[in-house]
Design a protein around this ligand. Structure first.
Ligand code: FE2
Ligand code: FE2
Length: 247
């Protein structure tokens, strides 16, 4: 009998984990929807193998004390979008804190979790940046859904293509928007959306080093390395560093 696509995926995964010294069990959030999270996990043929509890050999090894740029280099997906947005923000003459916010605004999409990425991204950086920066990152996601002509910000055409013309932000987002509008840092977050490039130019090359100075001045890199300090979001950086740990 032919395998279903789910069985094929599980078989491929099983084969993959066979090549590793350690057994990898994916977190529920990686697979939920592809498989029913209520179902028991397929049996692992352990055969004396140990479970993954450290660096995953399939990933580039991170330095012992990883910096923000190490995550850009070794764990995040392509960063042209955020770097071009930060460059544009700088060209438009915004302050350095907003340049940093633009550089970091989508790191959750790039390296962690997509849904509610503004909130996750803000939480990741919160212990290391000025409160205004994390506030702006947290709210840029919801502000993207709402035009503001006074800043020349229109509802993105790309969102119509991506979500359909009938998409309406859910009530909790409407409420988040209403509150953000009244906040003293509304403009800071709005400036992220204004400089958020929808269609970035693949031929333009921006290097991370262009932002070394801004990051140096406004991102408090922990001396133990991101993930190994005792900050409230250190565990999130550790998860990006070692995404396949069993516990
Ligand atoms: Fe975003
Ligand atoms: Fe963006």
């Amino acid at each position: 009998m032919a395998m279903t696509s789910m069985e094929r995926a599980e078989a491929a995964e099983h084969a993959m984990s066979q090549e590793l010294d350690r057994i990898v069990v994916k977190s529920v959030i990686y697979t939920s929807g592809e498989r029913d999270p209520r179902e028991p996990l397929p049996p692992q043929q352990a055969q004396g193998k140990l479970y993954m509890m450290g660096p995953d050999p399939r990933l580039p090894r991170m330095p012992e004390k990883p910096t923000l740029f190490d995550f850009f280099k070794y764990r995040f997906g392509p960063s042209a979008h955020v770097m071009q947005s930060a460059r544009l923000a700088r060209k438009n003459g915004v302050g350095e804190k907003i340049v940093l916010a633009c550089l970091l605004h989508d790191i959750s999409v790039m390296g962690f979790i997509r849904g509610d990425h503004g909130y996750w991204g803000a939480q990741l950086v919160e212990p290391y940046v000025d409160e205004e920066v994390s506030w702006a990152i947290r709210h840029h996601q919801v502000l993207r859904f709402f035009p503001d002509e006074s800043f020349g910000y229109k509802y993105p055409d790309s969102y119509i293509r991506l979500f359909g013309k009938d998409y309406q932000p859910e009530p909790h987002l409407q409420e988040a928007y209403r509150r953000a509008r009244e906040h003293k840092w509304y403009e800071s977050s709005r400036l992220i959306t204004v400089n958020d490039l929808y269609s970035f130019d693949p031929s333009v090359n921006v290097e991370l080093e262009e932002f070394t100075d801004v990051v140096g001045r406004h991102f408090k890199q922990p001396k133990e390395g991101l993930g190994f300090d005792q900050s409230p979001s250190a565990h999130m950086w550790r998860t990006m560093n070692h995404p396949s740990k069993y516990l």
